[in-house]
Write a protein that binds this ligand. Structure first.
Ligand SMILES: [Zn+2]
Length: 370
């Protein structure tokens, strides 16, 4: 089931069990980890007989999945179960999440939303006569092609004629420039594939500097790092290690810059909200363009089942007067609301100016808090 379908799933009569578990956690086994997560939920109260039976069946079904999760290569898994409504979803996850189990009237999606998808990257290891081009996501590398310097001799590539290559002091240097230009052109082609919007370059120190000057400006903007490597002794694992480090650094830079943007915009009185009260008001007004949560900042709250209004407290909805429903994580409800109204939501993991506020948002229009 697609995440969006899970987001639309609601069950007023039967409880929905959501469980996130890492394959390698502090527990002796996945089974022990799951049992530990479920223990506080077994005393769940306020359910009628049928709902209680449905939840009990879900507990058993999730515990029964332990061996499968244990043998799955994925580092973590999410399970959503609601026997009474016929829901059972097992999702292997690409990255570790936080271990949590919850019971609600809909799937708890926040840990799932916060799992980063592996980022695609193009990697080029270049020397004077060759270039090894890969695609990868930091963990896995796929070789794309090896370019030989002789390929740039074919035809009249780049308008080359003898020593006329601009800036070249010798014939050897002119050939090198021509090779670099061919590699840069091929990289441009590879980098245009959808989703591949980052570039990493490797090679000998002097080659890297020379080669980067030939990169198309489009690619230079996407260059997230370069590493020194001897192309004749390099291994895929060594390259992947460098790439992974650059991807993590780039991600952290992007998160810090997003948090600063929210904080600075709010400080200047611009279209931004800081802190849970202000952010909830903005969410209720459909004003949030980009919601940003500092780590696992979590607060309980109430949701109006009739008009969807989110509040920290209150038995009755101030907008429509309906009885509200308690939720253990109002931030999760805010994230789902923002995504439903076409906004973006992100949970960042770096220390940032957002930390004292827990949550912030860039807004489409200003919202005054009553
Ligand atoms: Zn309401």
């Amino acid at each position: 089931m697609h995440t969006d379908r899970l987001a639309r799933f609601e069950s007023p009569d039967f409880p929905v069990l959501s469980v996130y578990v890492n394959r390698q956690s502090l527990h002796a086994s996945v089974r022990a980890g799951i049992c530990d997560l479920l223990k506080p939920l077994r005393a769940y109260e306020g359910l009628d007989h049928d709902a209680q039976m449905s939840l009990r069946a879900d507990f058993e079904a999730v515990v029964g999945l332990a061996d499968r999760i244990d043998s799955d290569p994925s580092p973590a898994a999410a399970v959503f179960a609601c026997q009474g409504e016929g829901l059972f979803e097992y999702l292997p996850l690409a990255a570790p999440v936080w271990d949590i189990a919850s019971v609600s009237d809909r799937p708890y999606l926040r840990p799932l939303r916060s799992v980063r998808q592996p980022e695609a990257v193009v990697v080029a290891v270049v020397d004077r006569k060759h270039a090894w081009i890969y695609r990868g996501d930091g963990t896995v590398l796929w070789p794309l092609e090896v370019i030989e310097e002789s390929e740039s001799h074919k035809g009249n590539f780049g308008g080359f004629s003898g020593y006329e290559e601009r800036g070249a002091r010798s014939h050897a240097e002119a050939l090198e420039h021509r090779h670099f230009r061919l590699v840069a052109d091929r990289l441009f082609e590879h980098g245009r594939a959808p989703g591949y919007d980052r570039l990493v370059v490797g090679g000998h120190e002097e080659t890297i500097a020379g080669f980067e000057a030939f990169l198309h400006p489009y690619l230079r903007d996407r260059l997230i790092g370069s590493f020194i490597v001897d192309p004749h002794t390099m291994s895929d694992a060594e390259i992947a290690g460098h790439v992974d480090g650059f991807l993590i650094d780039a991600q952290r830079r992007a998160e810090r810059s997003l948090a600063s943007k929210v904080s600075d915009t709010a400080d200047e009185g611009g279209r931004a909200a800081l802190g849970l009260t202000n952010v909830l008001e903005a969410v209720n007004n459909g004003a949030v363009d980009h919601l940003v949560v500092a780590g696992r900042f979590t607060r309980d709250g109430v949701v109006c089942p009739t008009c969807g209004r989110l509040e920290r407290i209150g038995d009755r909805c101030p907008a429509c007067g309906s009885d509200t429903t308690r939720v253990h994580d109002i931030v999760d409800a805010a994230i789902e609301q923002v995504l439903r109204t076409g906004g973006r939501a992100e949970q960042i993991s770096v220390a940032s100016p957002l930390d004292p506020h827990g949550i912030g948002a860039l807004l489409r229009f200003s919202v005054r808090v009553a």
